[in-house]
Design a protein around this ligand. Structure first.
Ligand SMILES: Cc1cc2nc3c(=O)[nH]c(=O)nc-3n(C[C@H](O)[C@H](O)[C@H](O)COP(=O)(O)OP(=O)(O)OC[C@H]3O[C@@H](n4cnc5c(N)ncnc54)[C@H](O)[C@@H]3O)c2cc1C
Length: 302
């Protein structure tokens, strides 16, 4: 690559957020690269029905292919590899870039982190295959509509599981059961009222594992009980890939999500973030909107 000191921006991550930033930066005719490790959460989407312009639905892999092709039409350079380090250097940043031919350091005036999150899978053999077939899901905002009339299990721990079960029961399904992985489920009085109010069943004995059986999912309890569902939502949580920004002192919330201001700048000047890695709603259109704002702000500052 030519003199990396001259880059305007390095985008870390080539999911929906990073590719949107790439499209904008390319059309602004900026000098930038996208570094992508190639494990986008979006690739696990069997078919999304809440992305505008795709009324018939669109699979995650197809959506990513289109976004990448679109950005590359305008000359975006998307490099395969991992951003391993991020440091402030002069007026800008230095990014350690590991790729199949070795390691190098790239420099840019601005960095946009669009590295996403990794869902913590429920205990299930080949969890990704179950996700791709829609039996295990992570996000009722994304696909709760497609759970209408189904028997839904929600497996989680603490308030997260309860909140998700309530959300699904109050919006889409009359048959929702709350389950807990490894730990007994002992709702407090207020939680019991919430469960009763929304007609959510719960299983007090902890679940040992999930298994895929035919076109459903079975949750196996430590007591030998078998609970069968059409769909299981996993509300166990996710890991925010915010480590590079945190190492520079960027502010995060208690879950590890990056805090960003109006133009998607983190608390580290010049370091922007977009998509799931930021605090807020983990949705494609949200990440794309943040990326558009960040890219435009970066362009204007340059
Ligand atoms: C099963 C499922 C269904 C979903 N359905 C929908 C839906 O219908 N509608 C909707 O709006 N949302 C849906 N989502 C959520 C959606 O996938 C995310 O909101 C979206 O993918 C976030 O985009 P992103 O670009 O922030 O992150 P990602 O898509 O996760 O992309 C991040 C990229 O950054 C790369 N990366 C991370 N760290 C580094 C590094 N250090 N160096 C280089 N690269 C790095 C990763 O490998 C990855 O390629 C769904 C999610 C799942 C799991």
């Amino acid at each position: 690559m030519e003199n990396a000191d001259e880059l305007d921006c390095i985008v870390i991550g080539g999911g929906p957020a990073g590719l949107t930033a790439a499209l904008y930066l390319a059309r602004f005719e900026r000098r930038f690269v996208v570094i992508d490790k190639g494990e986008p959460r979006a690739a696990l989407i069997p078919e999304s029905h809440n992305v505008p312009f795709f009324a018939q639905g669109v699979g995650g892999v197809e959506m990513l292919r289109r976004a990448r092709d679109h950005a590359e039409t305008y000359g975006a350079r998307i490099l395969s590899g991992e951003a391993t380090t991020l440091a402030m250097k002069g007026d800008g940043f230095a990014v350690g870039f590991r790729h199949r031919d070795g390691e190098e350091t790239l420099r840019a005036r601005f960095v946009l982190l669009a590295s996403g999150v990794v869902d913590i899978p429920p205990r299930l053999a080949d969890a990704d295959a179950a996700v791709l077939s829609g039996l295990v899901r992570y996000c009722p905002i994304c696909d709760g509509y497609e759970a209408k009339g189904k028997r839904v299990g929600v497996i989680g721990r603490g308030a997260c599981g309860l909140g998700e079960a309530k959300f699904i029961a109050s919006t889409w399904s009359a048959e929702v059961t709350l389950l807990s992985l490894d730990e007994p489920l002992v709702p407090e009085r207020a939680e019991q009222s919430t469960l009763a109010e929304h007609d959510v069943d719960f299983v007090p004995i902890p679940i040992r594992t999930l298994v895929r059986v035919g076109d459903g999912i079975e949750a196996l309890g430590y007591d030998g009980a078998v609970h069968r569902f059409d769909i299981v939502y996993s509300a166990i949580g996710c890991d925010y890939r915010s480590g590079l920004a945190k190492a520079l002192g960027a502010a995060v919330n208690e879950a590890g999500a990056l805090k960003v201001a109006a133009h998607a700048e983190t608390t580290v000047p010049g370091l922007y973030a977009a998509g799931d890695v930021t605090e807020g709603l983990n949705q494609i259109v949200v990440g794309m909107g943040q990326a558009a704002r960040a890219a435009t702000h970066i362009h204007n500052r340059l």
